[in-house]
Write a protein that binds this ligand. Structure first.
Ligand code: CTP
Ligand code: MG
Length: 335
């Protein structure tokens, strides 16, 4: 009887895995969308080069880091070497150029925390944000993309977690919940911590890639094609990992003392980083260290109200994964 029970259980897990993989596949942008994104960036490059021949245009964010779902906006960074020129002036000039090339809804937001030009391409319907000289974002985009190449389960887990966060309204930094970037770092760290580990700590290995950006040294092992069997000793399936991820953030993470750190592949102490007190608006109620700007806590947007919302959502998700007969529906129910 015991083995009959085990077989049924196995079948349930297989079915759940298939459901999660189905959701993951349905979120992946189709090839023709990727082609359209490339076309838009090529057009932007052409326009930018006319005005600033020395400038470079980089894709960052979800379109560059491989964690973008279908219909994502494109994040683009305009890199201009000598910025004696005022950023606002460049943005206004850029908006001018784009406007006169039939792009729609062109807006320069020069007073935003990260000043940008927003636009929409009427041909493809794709929206795009362009910022200036945000090169650390370009480098952390590469880091995330490199991690994604090591084990397919990272991209699967991160898509599911991002989809959950968007469905449940906890992916809104202006309302005190976490950015997509923070969620992906949480997934990477989680897979670094599995036993056996599913992901290595690239910043703790031999350095094969190094750049210094805004006085920050960014260095790590980027020959990730050599690591393609790194996680193969761990056989955990996506359903198990989704369950364990929510379980960790619901019941096991020590919010009072711990900082998760992809840079070291370990947990650091809040005390060690002097993140124990509220300083200005940074409250450190959930601590996620940026892999390069190590003084940045990506949890700094979370306040004493939104931390409750966030933790209740982690608990809800963990309960659903534990007890719900059809978790794939309930997990993503709109809030
Ligand atoms: N970024 C950063 N520091 C932050 C937030 C974001 O450096 N505190 C950079 C990262 O390079 C990130 C990019 O900005 O990849 C875009 O951030 P975000 O909108 O959170 O992530 P996306 O991956 O673009 O997610 P989405 O699919 O929700 O657009
Ligand atoms: Mg984005």
């Amino acid at each position: 009887r015991n083995s009959k029970r085990q077989i049924e259980c196995r079948r349930d897990i297989d079915r759940l895995n298939a459901r999660f993989l189905g959701i993951y596949e349905s979120l992946i942008p189709p090839d023709e969308e990727k082609v359209k994104q490339k076309q838009l960036v090529t057009l932007l490059k052409k326009l930018v080069i006319k005005e600033w021949p020395e400038a470079e245009l980089y894709i960052y964010g979800s379109c560059g880091n491989s964690f973008g779902v279908s219909k994502s906006d494109i994040d683009v960074c305009l890199a201009i070497e000598d910025l004696d020129v005022n950023k606002s002036e460049v943005l206004l000039k850029l908006a001018d150029i784009l406007q006169s090339d039939n792009l729609q809804n062109v807006q320069a937001l020069t007073r935003a925390r990260v000043p940008i030009v927003k636009l929409m391409d009427p041909v493809t319907g794709i929206s795009c944000d362009i910022c200036i000289n945000n090169l650390l974002a370009v480098v952390n985009t590469k880091l995330l993309r490199d991690y994604a190449k090591i084990d397919a389960r990272l991209r699967q887990l991160a898509f599911i977690v991002k989809h959950w966060a968007k469905s449940r309204g906890v992916n809104e930094t202006y309302r005190g919940t976490l950015s997509s970037y923070a969620y992906v770092l949480m997934c990477i760290h989680f897979l670094q911590q599995r036993k056996p580990a599913i992901l290595p700590c690239l910043q703790g290995m031999e350095i094969t890639y190094a750049v210094t950006v805004d006085n920050v040294e960014c260095a790590y092992f980027d020959q990730v094609e050599k690591l393609s069997s790194f996680g193969s000793r761990n056989k955990e399936s996506i359903a198990q990992l989704v369950w364990a991820f929510f379980n960790y953030w619901a019941y096991w993470h020590d919010y009072a003392n711990d900082v998760i750190s992809v840079r070291t592949g370990s947990i650091l102490s809040k005390r060690g980083k002097d993140w124990t007190r509220r300083i200005g608006n940074d409250r450190h109620l959930i601590c996620i260290e940026d892999p390069f700007e190590t003084s940045h806590d990506l949890g700094r947007v979370v306040d004493k109200f939104s931390i409750r919302v966030l933790r209740e959502e982690f608990e809800r998700a963990a309960e659903i994964m534990q007890y719900d007969p059809d978790p794939c529906v309930t997990l993503f129910e709109p809030y």
